[in-house]
Design a protein around this ligand. Structure first.
Ligand code: ACO
Length: 428
């Protein structure tokens, strides 16, 4: 392949280098476009064709259904390592040795205490507040309690921020859920593994010893691994762009949590469950909802179907589908919602509308079913996704800082009024 791309504008030719990634993906480097052409820019609404950065963290091939973290396949990682090892891999680039993993876990545990004053902020939220809004606010508030987290020039301070956010986030999540349920807050148990501790902090009952269920521990561990990174998606791009202004880690992640909240992104797992419940309440007629999804005059979309980059089966969905079956079987759950989900899945996979547009069930279609079986309230689904995505956000933020990337500042094509005379209020 040629090493150059040529753009011709009004008979004038401009050459731009082609850059090839390690998986032979090719990009046209247009860094000099605007200067060379004296003002011409590219227009790519939704960034469907635009690479915002070079990254060595996650590779995915949406056409082939491949997802790898630092070169390791998601299938192998989900089977052979735990969430914290994946977090280490994403953030620092290599799987940890036993000693590195132990130290990482100890450092996280040592930083997991949350300032008691955070409770006052938590208490100020109304019971009706969505947990994603609360978590985003509390994560931002952590900056005030940890001022050194904004020092992005120091590797040591960066490491401290990394272990602090990994330690404190599950506490914030569990407290948010318990506050809404009127339960006393749980401070966790340092003897437990990371995922076991999340479950204990969320589900322990006052005066009753919490007993771990290994099926749930394994399923949550897997879910968190599968959500841990997905290269330059909406929330991750948000984290990188906020961080590119040299905002601290907690502030950048708080912004990422807000982006993840949206129903077209992480909020889809809650939207899937609400959709399934609505179909059940309406008599369970999946065909009616399939027809609505295909009707261009109806805004209804089949939540949990389709993906911006996967135009083949989402590899994470395959693993989660299996995990969902295992959890339901182990817990003996007979869920009518699941029957509706399976019906929709079967119909969509055979329907020409979905087949032609390559709309397959995505990761969120099945994750909600597992969360529901685990007794996690629907409103908390996206929060669980945020715990999983945390290592990815951290890794991407750290990479952006270490590569000394410039501040993110897209251009626009202005389509508004050209200059016009001011009109006094009485003449408008
Ligand atoms: N139901 C019905 N039709 C759909 C759906 C759906 N879920 N998704 C896409 N389509 C149709 C569109 O109407 C469009 O049809 P057209 O070509 O006739 O106009 C075509 O498929 C392409 O859709 P786009 O919106 O252009 O695809 P895009 O890549 O921009 O959007 C997205 C991807 C946002 C995920 C979309 O498929 C969607 O809204 N899905 C439902 C929400 C969802 O599940 N989101 C979770 C994504 S996974 C995650 O964030 C972790």
């Amino acid at each position: 392949m040629s090493k150059q791309a040529t753009i011709e504008i009004d008979g004038e030719k401009y050459e731009f280098p082609l850059v090839t990634g390690t998986e032979n993906e090719v990009a046209i480097d247009i860094t000099t476009l605007r200067t060379a052409t004296k003002g011409v820019i590219t227009l790519d609404s939704g960034f469907k064709n635009t690479g915002s950065c070079e990254s060595a963290i996650t590779f995915l091939d949406g056409e082939k259904g491949i997802l790898r973290y630092r070169g390791y396949s998601i299938e192998e990682l989900a089977q052979k390592v735990d969430f914290l090892e994946v977090a280490y891999l994403l953030i620092f680039g290599e799987l940890p040795t036993k000693a590195q993993n132990d130290k990482f876990h100890d450092d996280i545990k040592a930083q997991s205490a949350v300032d008691e004053d955070i409770k006052k902020i938590l208490e100020a939220f109304p019971k009706s507040a969505h947990p994603m809004g609360i978590i985003s606010s509390l994560t931002s508030a952590l900056t005030a309690f940890n001022p050194s987290s904004v020092n992005v020039e120091s590797e040591e301070d960066m490491y401290k921020s990394v272990v602090k956010i990994l330690g404190k986030m599950p506490v914030l999540v569990a407290w948010t859920m318990r506050k809404k349920q009127g339960l006393p807050l749980d401070y966790g148990d340092d003897e437990l593994g990371y995922v076991e501790n999340i479950l204990k902090m969320m589900f322990s009952k006052p005066s009753t010893k919490y007993v771990q269920n290994q099926v749930l521990v394994d399923a949550l561990d897997k879910l968190l691994i599968l959500h841990a990174d997905h290269e330059q998606n909406c929330s991750t791009s948000t984290v990188r762009i906020v961080g590119s202004a040299h905002a601290g880690l907690f502030a950048s992640i708080s912004a990422g949590i807000s982006a993840l909240w949206g129903p077209l992104h992480g909020g889809a797992n809650q939207a899937v469950l609400e959709m399934l419940q609505a179909i059940e309440a309406d008599g369970g007629d999946t065909k009616k909802y399939m027809a609505k999804a295909k009707d261009k005059n109806d805004p209804f979309r089949l939540m949990g179907f389709g993906h911006r980059v996967y135009k083949n089966f989402d590899p994470r969905a395959k693993i989660i589908k299996k995990a969902a079956d295992e959890v339901l079987e182990a817990l003996g759950v007979e869920d009518p919602i699941l029957a509706i989900a399976k019906g929709l899945e079967k119909e969509a996979l055979e329907d020409p509308y979905f087949v032609e547009r390559k709309l397959y069930p995505n990761v969120d279609f099945y994750s909600g079913i597992i969360y529901r079986a685990m007794n996690i309230p629907t409103e908390m689904f996206t929060v669980m996704f945020a715990i999983g995505r945390l290592p990815g956000w951290i890794a991407q933020w750290r990479e952006m800082r270490l590569r000394k990337e410039p501040i993110g500042r897209p251009r626009q094509l202005y389509i508004g009024e050209t200059q016009r005379p001011f009109v006094e209020v009485e003449n408008r």
